[in-house]
Design a binder for this molecule. Structure first.
Ligand code: NAD
Ligand code: MG
Length: 344
């Protein structure tokens, strides 16, 4: 399947070669981290024209300016020019950072993203957001720019730890809940190990693609993608700042339960819909344990959210499964109530 510049295939090496054979790049570099070097690069290697490898350290902690300096320096050392290409082979960190480096090197060179995690395939691959974290602020410096191509191949997922797959799957669940009622009816009856990625990945990409095409710069509709992320992000930030490991999708899964509860409290979804959402999410994700004190702290983080408006925070709530209302104000007490509800 092809959606503008996004190609979903089970033949990434051949697809990449095809693209490269039609262009005349002066030089090609491939950006990897130690995990994608070991697991993903070998799947491409045999087919590639001459190229330079640039290896950075994995992890969100390295999605920073120092790593960009390293990448820009490597491109400079190899005399990369305006006609050179950067291929970003990795998860969302490599895609965001590599895209940012390419988009700013010599005022922008072509880049191709080959996302290798479920999260980056169904989410970060779509919408042209690039960037890095800065002084503790996530995605604080960056730009919107489309890669020349995105090549999505689920073969890369074979080496991805199951916990990472479950985490990325939270965004797939979200896409169904916000935009595909019929798809949700089918999805909710599946066990995790029965899921068919060959259809779920393209479907999920299609949903996000449609939303960001209608609203490229987050003026309205794109905010629907924040469902589960207002409370989810507060849980994630609180736990990470307290050295408790949590993956993004695990926090978003909890956030979706809280925000579905708030949608129910506002009579936007039925009790049956709420229960189905909770049941499905709980069949896939372990419950996150939060004490009373933790919940208070999470609310503290929530009120500092970027989407904050005075004493309330803005969230996207479900308006029936498959629909969203955004810019909904949540106050501290109802947010706390939803966290208490989550714990029950
Ligand atoms: P990640 O890039 O950190 O990858 C997770 C881990 O998996 C890393 O250790 C990585 O080395 C490893 N890995 C990657 N592919 C592998 C494979 N095939 N086999 C084995 N190991 C592999 O994390 P992520 O979850 O992919 O992405 C998170 C990042 O994406 C965040 O920085 C977030 O801000 C960003 N993001 C961006 C957008 C966007 O629109 N640009 C959207 C969502 C998320
Ligand atoms: Mg997300």
């Amino acid at each position: 399947m092809t959606l503008n510049n996004i190609i979903i295939t089970d033949k990434a090496p051949e697809t990449l070669n095809d693209i490269l054979s039609k262009e005349n790049y002066s030089k090609i570099a491939i950006l990897v981290d130690e995990n994608t070097l070991a697991n993903c690069y070998p799947l491409l290697e045999g087919n590639l024209p001459q190229h330079t490898l640039i290896e950075i350290k994995s992890g969100e902690i390295n999605k920073n300016l120092d790593t960009c300096t390293y990448v820009w320096q490597a491109l400079t050392d190899q005399s990369f020019d305006r006609k050179s290409l950067l291929i970003n082979l990795g998860g969302g960190v490599i895609g965001d950072l590599g895209g940012f480096c390419a988009g700013t090197y010599k005022r922008g060179i072509d880049f191709i993203n080959i996302p290798t995690t479920l999260l980056s395939q169904v989410d970060a691959s779509v919408g042209g957001k690039l960037g890095i974290d800065f002084n503790g602020f996530k995605n604080h410096i960056g730009l919107f720019q489309e890669p020349k191509n995105v090549i999505i191949d689920r073969s890369f997922l074979k080496t991805l730890p199951e916990r990472e797959i479950r985490s990325g799957f939270a965004e797939v669940i979200k896409h169904h809940l916000i935009a595909d009622k019929t798809g949700w009816q089918g999805l909710k009856n599946h066990r995790f190990n029965e899921l068919d990625w060959s259809t779920l990945i393209p479907h999920s990409v299609q949903i996000k693609h449609k939303i960001v095409t209608e609203d490229p710069h987050e003026g309205g509709l794109r905010k629907a993608l924040n469902f589960g992320h207002t409370i989810g992000h507060a849980i994630e930030s609180y736990l990470l700042n307290n050295d408790k490991g949590i993956l993004h999708g695990e926090a978003v899964a909890a956030g979706m339960i809280c925000e579905a509860y708030l949608s129910y409290k506002r009579k936007l979804i039925s009790e049956t819909e709420l229960n189905e959402i909770i049941q499905f999410i709980q069949s896939i994700y372990e419950k996150i344990t939060l004490s009373d004190a933790d919940r208070e702290e999470v609310c503290g983080y929530l009120m500092q959210d970027k989407k904050n408006r005075g004493n309330s925070v803005l969230a996207a709530l479900l308006n029936g499964v498959g629909n969203v209302v955004w810019d909904q104000e949540l106050n501290r007490q109802e947010s706390l109530d939803s966290l208490v509800f989550y714990d029950k």
